[in-house]
Design a protein around this ligand. Structure first.
Ligand SMILES: *Cc1c(COP(=O)(O)O)cnc(C)c1O
Length: 559
């Protein structure tokens, strides 16, 4: 750097990210202004550390949900964290916070500070406060009678156990020196160390990337079927609801009912509504796809039984996929049936492309568009008084055929950051899910040693072999064994060795410098695209994502 044309020097800082660089430049500018000498600046800059800035949502013990803010703990950061938490409150879970003393300037009026904090918590609907730190202890009078206070994190850990927390939404927010990570460890429902991490900011960024490809007036339905393509539907639904999606779509009735239980109020479309309990469907206002006369008649009959009118439904057209839906020649009868009653009303008409990603099939895709267009005209002209939404594009369709966006699009895999086109047209997508685990054991073996079941892995050199607690019961297909894929450890790709076991597998970490037990292992994510695994398995990323088994804990975070 050169400081105001005069003094110049070279500095090293221990990171290279753009934001970190900018922060470091601010630090440098302040130190120069304060006249601190170059040697001190050099030493201090070298000892800077990265600051975590993540809000994590973690499944907790006894049905609790933890929101962990491990970034900072000043008054100004409290409101956004509470806001993030508030969006997760449901009728049957109470909100509580575990907070540390706030960071503040030396001349702050503490009584005033903690009174304002108590007010903010009350407005956010927090019924129980656990305060940790000497200042909070001294100002407990500001808080309600249900609150409890501890002088230190140690005292809290000593006096409280997991059974003190049940079915609560818990915001855990502490200044770094309080080490609230230990409270999270206590309250986390951790079974084993393999987690699927879901970056909610990447979801938002991908949503916006597709948003920018379509007109502002075109609605977006987000596909969160199959438990959000494996990422878990509740958190995604909340994020997308807040982001302004118009519809959510799930595969089956139960998925929709779950979302209602989790407090999701926006319209939900159910794609495969083989319904046993129509009453529950109506009660939760889940809007079914209609793909057959049988189902439509049953729905009309049941709506009559419960005295329901004007129930929104979505008419599926089979324009060429040949899976489900009405054909053009069915429409006159369908229209007559719909017009003959007032129990259900068409809310939308839609169809699905079967080869949107294949340029060789663009003629066929065009036929689908034309066929669908004719069907839309027939239905819409039969209901001139109604606004019926038309939609046909999926993620790849949005990228390749934006001219056919109509009134709504259905965004699926793209939301999860998986590219379906590899021509650069989707390079703005960010991976959302990463499957991570940790090394639980390390051993040195000589050349020729065999590893695992049936001695299927033979070492060709003296090797360091690590065991990781993830196996086919977690969704790691056995065909990924035998070195067919690699996982990432400390920036180095490490091949699998031998067969994948039920709950574990072995990897070759010989080339990783300083490898240790506890080191993080990425199976897919930022560095290893899901596509790589899909290719080894001869399948598509959709299947890899939805194969991560339910026993793998999902952790959600914001950057
Ligand atoms: C799954 C699905 C989508 C989303 O498809 P993507 O390729 O994941 O974008 C859209 N429409 C229907 C009917 C679907 O079943």
């Amino acid at each position: 750097y050169i400081y105001i044309g005069g003094q110049s020097a070279v500095l090293e800082i221990p990171f290279e990210g753009e934001h970190e660089l900018e922060n470091a430049i601010h630090c440098l500018a302040v130190m120069l202004l304060l006249g601190i000498n170059q040697e001190t600046i050099r030493q201090r800059m070298a000892s800077l550390t990265l600051v975590g800035t993540r809000l994590e949502v973690i499944e907790g013990v006894n049905g609790c949900l933890l929101v962990h803010d491990n970034y900072t703990s000043d008054f100004n950061s409290l409101a956004p964290a509470l806001d993030f938490m508030k969006r997760r409150i449901t009728p049957d879970c109470k909100a509580m916070v575990i907070v540390s003393d706030l960071m503040h300037d030396a001349d702050t009026d503490l009584e005033d500070l903690y009174r304002r904090m108590a007010e903010l918590l009350a407005i956010a609907g927090v019924s129980r406060v656990i305060g940790i730190g000497p200042e909070l202890m001294a100002h407990k009078g500001c808080f309600g009678p249900e609150s409890e206070f501890f002088a230190s994190t140690e005292e809290f850990l000593h006096k409280k156990s997991t059974s003190d927390f049940r079915g609560e939404l818990i915001l855990i927010k502490g200044a770094p020196e309080f080490g609230f990570g230990r409270i999270c460890e206590l309250l986390e429902a951790r079974q084993h160390e393999t987690v699927l991490e879901i970056n909610l900011d990447a979801v938002v960024s991908n949503f916006n990337a597709f948003r920018s490809r379509i007109k502002p007036t075109t609605a977006i339905a987000c596909m969160i079927k199959a438990s959000g393509y494996g990422a878990g539907s509740h958190e995604l639904a909340r994020t997308l609801q807040a982001q302004g999606a118009s519809y959510l779509a799930v595969a089956v009735h139960d998925e929709g009912a779950d979302l209602r239980r989790a407090g999701i109020t926006m319209p939900i479309l159910v794609l495969n509504p083989t319904v046993e309990n129509f009453h529950a469907l109506f009660a939760d206002r889940l809007e079914p796809e209609i793909y057959s006369f049988d189902f439509l008649r049953a729905l009309i009959r049941e709506a009559g039984r419960y005295g329901i009118t004007d129930y929104p439904v979505h008419i599926k057209i089979d324009s060429g996929m040949h899976r489900l839906g009405f054909l053009k020649e069915d429409l006159p009868e369908l229209i007559e049936l719909l017009r003959s009653q007032d129990r259900v009303v068409p809310r939308s008409i839609f169809s699905h492309l079967c080869a949107a990603d294949d340029p060789m099939e663009d003629d066929y895709t065009q036929q689908q568009f034309d066929y669908f267009d004719e069907c839309c005209r027939m239905l819409l002209s039969a209901f001139p008084e109604r606004k019926i939404l038309r939609h046909i594009l999926n993620s790849t369709g949005i990228t390749r055929f934006p001219d056919h966006q109509l009134d709504m699009v259905r965004l699926g895999i793209g939301l999860y950051g998986v590219k379906t086109m590899h021509d650069g047209s989707q390079d703005d997508l960010r991976p959302v899910s990463s499957l991570n685990t940790v090394i639980i054991s390390l051993k040195n073996w000589p050349e020729g040693t065999t590893i695992g079941y049936n001695r299927r892995g033979t070492l060709k050199r003296q090797s360091v072999i690590a065991t990781i607690p993830v196996g086919y019961a977690d969704g790691i297909n056995r065909h990924l064994g035998y070195g067919n894929t690699s996982v990432m450890v400390n920036g180095i790709k490490c091949p699998t060795v031998g067969s994948i076991c039920m709950d574990a597998c072995m990897i070759d970490v010989t080339d990783v410098a300083d490898v240790k037990v506890g080191d993080r292992v990425e199976i897919f994510g930022e560095n290893i695209p899901v596509d790589d695994l899909a290719e080894v398995l001869g399948t598509i990323p959709y299947e890899v994502l939805t194969s991560v088994s339910q026993r793998v804990k999902r952790v959600y975070y914001r950057e």
